[in-house]
Design a protein around this ligand. Structure first.
Ligand SMILES: Cc1cc2nc3c(=O)[nH]c(=O)nc-3n(C[C@H](O)[C@H](O)[C@H](O)COP(=O)(O)OP(=O)(O)OC[C@H]3O[C@@H](n4cnc5c(N)ncnc54)[C@H](O)[C@@H]3O)c2cc1C
Length: 413
C-alpha cells in the first residue's frame, strides 16, 4: 500500500542514491536527497570512459556469477529489478540503449552525461528535493533513527537510505563517509580494499615500456607459491610507469587476494595467434631476411618498439650478434620468451585509483529482501557502500540500480 508523506532522507546522489530517491518519491514519500557535490552523479559521468556501461544484458544467474564478492546476498535485489527491467526503466526515461560485445549496455549516444540527465529528470519529475550538503551523522534517539545531521542543517526522517559509495576516486565525492554513518548504527565494516585496479610491479622495465599498449595478447596471472594460474584472459593491456593497467589487468585484480611482492607474476603470450612452431618459423624467416644485420635490428616487424629491448635483455644474446649466426637453441629460447613474457607483480595501486571498493557494510547485517539494516530499524543501504563487488561489464552499476530501487521501495512503502 502506498503511504503519502512518509519522509525519507537519501544520503548520496550517485547511481544508487538517485534511483533510490526517485523510487521512494514515486511511491509517494517526501524525499530529501543530500549530495555533497554541487551536482549529482559525478562518478557516473566518468564511467565506461565517459560512455557509461550502464548494465549487462544478461539473466540473473549469469549476473550473480559475475559478482565474486557476496553475489548471493544480491539475489533478491537483482530479481526485483533485473538488468532487463533496468534497461526498460532507462528507455522509459527517454534514454535509448545499445548492447555491445560482452553484453555491455551503453546509451546509444555514448554519453554518460545522458544517463545522469535522465536520472535528474526522474527525481525532478517525482518531486525529490535535492539538497547540496554533507551528511555528518545519523541522529538516533533512544534507539530510534530520527534524522540526519548535515554540515548545514539537520533533516528529520522516518527512514534513511545511505548511498555514499565506497572510497575509490574520492574526487567524485566517494570518500568513505558511508562507513562512518554505518558504524554509528553499530555496523561492521569489512576493511575497504581496491578492486578493478591497476597492478604495480618492481620490474624497472615497465617504466621503460610506459605507454605501450598490447592488443590481443594472452595473459595469465600465476601464483608463484603453487604454480597455479589465478587468472587468464585474452585482450588488451597497457604498461605504465608503475606497472600494468588496461582492461585485462583491471579484471585480473579482482581475482587476486593479499598481494605481497613476488607472490604473483604475469605471463604474457605476445604472439597468441602463432603456436610455438609457427612462431619459430616466422622468426627463422625474419632472421633470414635480415641475415647480415644485428639481431637487435631484426624485430621491427615482429614486436612493438618499446618491448624489443626488454625481450633482448631476457634473451641474453648480445644485441650486435648477427642474425645468420643465431643457433637453433637461441631461437627456440627466444620463442619461449615471446610466448611467456613475465612481469613481477608487487601490489595493487591505491584504493583511490580503483574502479571499485571491495569491502564495506557487512552483508549479514543487512536484510537482503529489503536492504534494511538488521541492527537499526528504518536505516537502509544501497550501492557500493555495501560489501559487494563485481567484475567489469556493467555489473557494478546494476548493483547500484537494483539495491537502490529495492531500498527506495522498502523505505517508502
Ligand atoms: C573510472 C570508473 C569507471 C567506472 N565505470 C563503470 C562502468 O562503466 N560500469 C559499471 O557498472 N560500473 C562502473 N564503475 C563503478 C560504478 O561507477 C560504481 O559502482 C557506482 O557509481 C556506485 O554507485 P553508488 O551510488 O553506490 O556510489 P557513487 O556513485 O560513488 O555515489 C556516492 C555519492 O554519495 C555522495 N556522498 C558521499 N558521502 C556523502 C555525504 N557525507 N553527504 C552527502 N553526499 C555524500 C558522493 O558525493 C557521491 O555522489 C566505474 C567506476 C570508476 C571509478
Amino acid at each position: 500500500m502506498k503511504m503519502k508523506n512518509k519522509s525519507v532522507v537519501v544520503i548520496g546522489g550517485g547511481a544508487a542514491g538517485l534511483i533510490a530517491a526517485g523510487t521512494a518519491a514515486e511511491n509517494g514519500a517526501s524525499v530529501n536527497l543530500i549530495e555533497k557535490n554541487n551536482r549529482v552523479g559525478r562518478k557516473i559521468m566518468i564511467t565506461g570512459k565517459g560512455r557509461c556501461n550502464i548494465t549487462n544484458n544478461c539473466d540473473v544467474q549469469t549476473f550473480i556469477s559475475n559478482v565474486p564478492v557476496n553475489g548471493r546476498f544480491l539475489y533478491s535485489a537483482i530479481n526485483s529489478f533485473n538488468p532487463w527491467e533496468a534497461m526498460n526503466f532507462f528507455e522509459s526515461l527517454g534514454l535509448s540503449l545499445k548492447t555491445e560485445r560482452g553484453n555491455r549496455v551503453f546509451p546509444i549516444s555514448d554519453k554518460a552525461v545522458d544517463v545522469v540527465d535522465s536520472l535528474n529528470g526522474y527525481i525532478e519529475q517525482n518531486g525529490v528535493k535535492l539538497i547540496n550538503d554533507t551528511a555528518t551523522a545519523l541522529v538516533i534517539n533512544n534507539g530510534n533513527l530520527c534524522a540526519v545531521k548535515c554540515k548545514g542543517k539537520t533533516y528529520e526522517a522516518d527512514c534513511v537510505i545511505v548511498c555514499c559509495g565506497g572510497k575509490s576516486y574520492p574526487l567524485t565525492g566517494s570518500t568513505g563517509d558511508g562507513y562512518t554513518l554505518a558504524k554509528q548504527a553499530g555496523h561492521t565494516i569489512i576493511t575497504p580494499k581496491p578492486s578493478l585496479v591497476p597492478l604495480e610491479s618492481c620490474d624497472s622495465e615497465c617504466k621503460s615500456m610506459q605507454g605501450l599498449s598490447l592488443k590481443n595478447v594472452s595473459l595469465k596471472i600465476i601464483n608463484r607459491s603453487n604454480g597455479k594460474t589465478s587468472y587468464s584472459d585474452f585482450g588488451d593491456m597497457l604498461f605504465t610507469h608503475f606497472g600494468m593497467s588496461g582492461p585485462m589487468i583491471l579484471s585480473a585484480s579482482s581475482h587476486l587476494r593479499d598481494i605481497t611482492a613476488g607472490k604473483y607474476y604475469a605471463e604474457i603470450d605476445l604472439k597468441p595467434a602463432l603456436d610455438f612452431e609457427q612462431l619459430d618459423k616466422r622468426i627463422r624467416h625474419d632472421f633470414t631476411e635480415n641475415s647480415n644485420k644485428d639481431v637487435s635490428n631484426s624485430f621491427s616487424k615482429l614486436l612493438p618498439r618499446k618491448i624489443i629491448i626488454p625481450v633482448l635483455k631476457r634473451w641474453g644474446v648480445p644485441f650486435d650478434k648477427k642474425c645468420n649466426v643465431i643457433t637453433k637453441e637461441e631461437r627456440r629460447k627466444l620463442c619461449e620468451i615471446l610466448k611467456a613474457f613475465t612481469v613481477d607483480i608487487s601490489g595493487f595501486r591505491p584504493i583511490e585509483e580503483a574502479i571499485i571498493t571491495s569491502g564495506g557494510v557487512k552483508t549479514t547485517e543487512i536484510n537482503p529482501k529489503t536492504m534494511e539494516s538488521k541492527l537499526l530499524n528504518n536505516l537502509y543501504f544501497a550501492g557500493e557502500v555495501i560489501d559487494c563487488d563485481a567484475y567489469t561489464g556493467g555489473f557494478n552499476l546494476q548493483i547500484a540500480w537494483s539495491t537502490g530501487r529495492l531500498a527506495g521501495n522498502s523505505a517508502s512503502i
